[in-house]
Design a protein around this ligand. Structure first.
Ligand SMILES: *Cc1c(COP(=O)(O)O)cnc(C)c1O
Length: 372
């Protein structure tokens, strides 16, 4: 019987060198300091600020708590926040946890990012902020969104979970808006197993965020406000310093995969890929394809199942749209959502395997199935 070919997963974690990790763990064992702003925590914040080209960054224990904390730090606790329905569900959850009402605006049919015209149309006297997502790492139209925010006195918090290392004309996309959040979950371009970060624009704000991250403590015996515990520990900080050394290589490998996919899929009727945007340093965090079933001859779900039969795990990212989840379906904001473009993208998208460890043979196997 011929051996089954190995499964191809949609993502694969970027792992640090084990020996290097062992050396850092030995150092942590000697220091006997496991969490609360330790040596490796400080080193990681320094290294990330430098790598990402951002002035102030606070690391967190995951990528959801910085979203919650950004809203707290900006004192946003009531009103409406205009956000995207085409994202991972944590984006909307962060609003719910802060007592804010999500208002779902439609997205651009090409990028899947919030459409500034739809955002403008959704502004009411109750709007307090905009929470866009750089979905798949494609930068939002940050200038247009900022212009709307400035006109109406709104805050802008970017969920930049997909945009690690993304630059526009040499500048980090994380410097747009009031704040940006990152996720360092194992499935992302850069990971600390679980982890995340909040990028802000002033030393005072970073100090405020760092207090909120540690129960609101501002001194040994003083708590200034109700904070939360979302501190990153020393072990994952050390891990993160080591994966950071490998991330450029990983992004270069992802670019090779994207180029291989695009070159072949360009000739397949009914399949659309995202293209590189001039002036943008992409991170190739995902490889979504959008399927026009009539032209392609198969539905998205049929292709998803066919890939699975061949041991290839794709993901329907992002499907369904957030207001279609049971958690939100029956709420007024979900019922009010007029988002035909987001729904069409969610119904047609499939993310193909995309990670640094895919071989040419792997991409060829994926393309073989997609093209037949
Ligand atoms: C991964 C992700 C998050 C949540 O990050 P966690 O680290 O898993 O908490 C939030 N928003 C988006 C868009 C994501 O993809």
């Amino acid at each position: 019987m011929p051996a089954e070919p190995a499964q191809i997963t949609v993502t694969s974690p970027l792992l640090p060198d084990l020996e290097e990790l062992h050396t850092l763990l030995q150092d942590i064992w000697q220091r006997k300091w496991l969490t609360n702003n330790g040596h490796y925590h400080r080193e990681l914040e320094k290294a990330l600020a430098e790598y990402l080209g951002v002035p102030y960054i606070s690391v967190f224990t995951n990528g959801t708590l910085p979203l919650l904390t950004a809203l707290q730090a900006l004192n946003l606790r009531q009103g409406e926040v205009i956000t995207t329905p085409f994202s991972f569900v944590a984006t909307t959850h962060s609003l719910w946890w802060n007592g804010l009402t999500p208002v779902f605006a439609d997205v651009d049919p090409v990028t899947g990012n919030l459409d500034p015209a739809a955002v403008e149309a959704a502004v009411t006297e109750r709007t307090v902020a905009i929470m866009p997502v750089h979905v798949y790492g494609t930068p939002c139209d940050t200038a247009a969104l900022q212009a709307i925010a400035d006109r109406h006195g709104l805050k802008v918090i970017y969920d930049a979970a997909h945009a690690f290392g993304v630059q526009v004309n040499g500048k980090s996309v994380l410097t747009a808006g009031d704040m940006s959040t990152l996720s360092f979950h194992a499935t992302k371009v850069y990971n600390t197993v679980e982890g995340g970060a909040l990028v802000c624009q002033s030393a005072e704000m970073k100090e405020h965020i760092d207090h909120l991250r540690n129960f609101g403590f501002t001194g040994e015996v003083e708590v200034a406000e109700p904070g939360i515990n979302s501190k990153m520990d020393e072990i994952r900080s050390a891990y993160g310093l080591l994966t950071l050394r490998k991330v450029d290589e990983a992004i270069a490998a992802r670019q090779q995969v994207a180029q291989a996919y695009r070159a072949t899929l360009a000739d397949v009727p009914g399949i659309r890929c995202l293209q590189d945007i001039p002036g943008v340093r992409h991170n190739y965090s995902y490889f979504p394809i959008f399927i026009d079933a009539a032209k392609y001859g198969r539905t998205r779900d049929e292709l998803f199942a066919l890939l699975k039969e061949h041991g290839i795990l794709a993901r329907r990212y992002f499907y369904p749209v957030i207001p279609a989840f049971a958690a939100y379906r029956d709420t007024a904001p979900a019922k009010a959502a007029r988002i035909p473009v987001a729904r069409a993208l969610a119904d047609s998208v499939l993310c193909l395997p995309m990670h640094h460890a895919l071989s040419q043979g792997d991409t060829a196997r994926v393309l073989d199935v997609v093209c037949h």
